[in-house]
Design a protein around this ligand. Structure first.
Ligand code: ZN
Length: 352
C-alpha cells in the first residue's frame, strides 16, 4: 500500500500537433486552450524571419494578439527581458518559436511570470522541446532549471526538415541516450532504493527503439525523418512527465555531456550525449557497438575527433563528471572513473 505521503503530480501537454503546415494552427490551438488574448512570441532574429509572419497571421485569425520578443540567447538577462515584455502587455501565454535556446527562454519566462507556455520548435535537436526543464548559460557553463512544461507543442515537420541536418542527428542521439539513462536509473533503484517507474522507463526506451529501428529514414531533407525524431522526442518528454523528473532521459551520458559543455564547449548537446551513450553502454556491459553503428549511420559523431574535443578534455570530463550532480547515482558510482579506466574505456570504444 502506498503511504499517505505518497503523491504524484504529472503534467502533460494538452495538444501535440506534429506535421506539415501545423504552424498555421497555432492560433486555434491557443484558442482551444481557452487562454486570453494577449501573449508574447519569443523568437530570435532568424526564427522571426522564418516563422514570424505565419505565426502572427494564425494568431490574428483566432482573434489573438502576439507581441514579438527577440531573444539574444539562453541567459537570465534574456528571460528577465521577456518577462518584462510580457508584463507590459499583460501576456497570458508565451510561445517559444525557434530552436532549443529560444524555447528555453520562453518556458522560463512563462514559469516565472505564470502564464502558459507553447512550444513551437523550428528544429528538433533535443528533448527540451517538450520538457519542463530549461538550460541557461552562466559564466561557469550551462545550468538546468525547472521551467514551465508546454501546454501545447506545435511541431511543423516541413520547417523542421529544412533546419540543418546536424540538428536532427543530434536530436536522434539525445533520444538514443535514454537507453543508458534507464540502465542508470535501474541501478540507482537497486543500489540506492531510488523511486523507479517502469511505465516511464518503458516509454523512454520505446522512444529510443523507434529511432534505432527506423534509423535508415533519418536522412537530410526528408520530412518523415523530422516526424520520427519529433515524435520520439515528445515521447521522451512524456516519459519525464510520468517520472516527475529527468531520470528516464538523463544518466551518466548526460553528466559526461554537461562536463564537455564546460571543458570544451562547441559540440551540440545531442552530439556529446550520443558519444556519452556509447561510453556508458560499454561500462554497463551492453551492446555499445550497436549504438555506435546507429549513430554513425544517422550521421552523429561517435569519436572525440568528430566532436572536436581534445583527448585531454575527454579524459578530464570522464573522470570528473560524476561529481556534477552527486544525487544522480549512475554507473560511474560515487568516485567516478580513474584516469587509467577512462583511457581504457575510450580506447576500447575507439572514441579516442
Ligand atoms: Zn538530453
Amino acid at each position: 500500500m502506498p503511504s499517505d505521503e505518497k503523491q504524484k503530480h504529472m503534467v502533460f501537454p494538452r495538444h501535440v500537433l506534429v506535421g506539415n503546415g501545423v504552424l498555421d494552427r497555432v492560433g486555434e490551438t491557443i484558442a482551444d486552450l481557452e487562454l486570453e488574448t494577449n501573449g508574447i512570441i519569443v523568437v530570435d532574429s532568424n526564427t522571426r524571419k522564418l516563422v514570424g509572419d505565419r505565426v502572427q497571421a494564425s494568431l490574428r485569425q483566432a482573434g489573438l494578439v502576439g507581441h514579438f520578443y527577440e531573444s539574444s540567447g539562453p541567459t537570465m538577462t534574456s528571460v528577465q527581458a521577456a518577462i518584462k515584455a510580457g508584463r507590459k502587455v499583460g501576456a497570458h501565454w508565451y510561445i517559444g518559436a525557434g530552436g532549443g535556446s529560444v524555447i528555453d527562454v520562453a518556458k522560463l519566462a512563462a514559469f516565472e511570470h505564470g502564464p502558459a507556455f507553447l512550444s513551437l520548435p523550428t528544429s528538433a535537436s533535443h528533448d527540451g522541446i517538450c520538457s519542463g526543464r530549461a538550460s541557461i548559460k552562466e559564466t561557469r557553463g550551462s545550468v538546468s532549471m525547472e521551467a514551465k512544461p508546454p501546454a501545447a507543442i506545435v511541431a511543423d515537420t516541413e520547417i523542421i526538415s529544412k533546419a540543418p541536418f546536424r540538428m536532427l542527428a543530434a536530436g536522434s542521439a539525445d533520444v538514443i541516450s535514454n537507453l543508458t539513462a534507464v540502465l542508470d536509473w535501474k541501478l540507482a533503484h537497486r543500489l540506492k532504493d531510488e523511486e523507479y517507474s517502469s511505465f516511464a522507463a518503458v516509454l523512454a526506451k520505446t522512444a529510443a527503439d523507434q529511432i534505432l529501428e527506423n534509423k535508415q529514414l533519418i536522412r537530410p531533407g526528408i520530412e518523415e525523418a523530422a516526424w520520427l525524431v519529433v515524435k520520439s522526442l515528445v515521447v521522451s518528454g512524456v516519459s519525464m512527465a510520468v517520472a516527475g523528473n529527468s531520470r528516464p532521459a538523463s544518466g551518466a551520458e548526460h553528466l559526461f555531456g554537461h562536463a564537455i559543455d564546460r571543458l570544451a564547449p562547441g559540440p551540440m548537446h545531442g552530439e556529446t550525449v550520443g558519444v556519452g551513450t556509447v561510453l556508458m553502454m560499454h561500462l554497463h556491459g551492453g551492446d555499445w557497438q550497436m549504438i555506435r553503428d546507429a549513430l554513425r549511420e544517422i550521421g552523429a559523431p561517435t569519436t572525440a575527433k568528430e566532436l572536436g574535443v581534445p583527448p585531454k578534455k575527454m579524459i578530464e570530463a570522464l573522470t570528473t563528471c560524476h561529481s556534477l550532480r552527486p544525487e544522480r547515482y549512475t554507473i560511474l558510482g560515487e568516485s567516478g572513473l580513474t584516469k587509467e579506466a577512462a583511457q581504457k574505456l575510450c580506447k576500447a570504444t575507439a572514441v579516442l
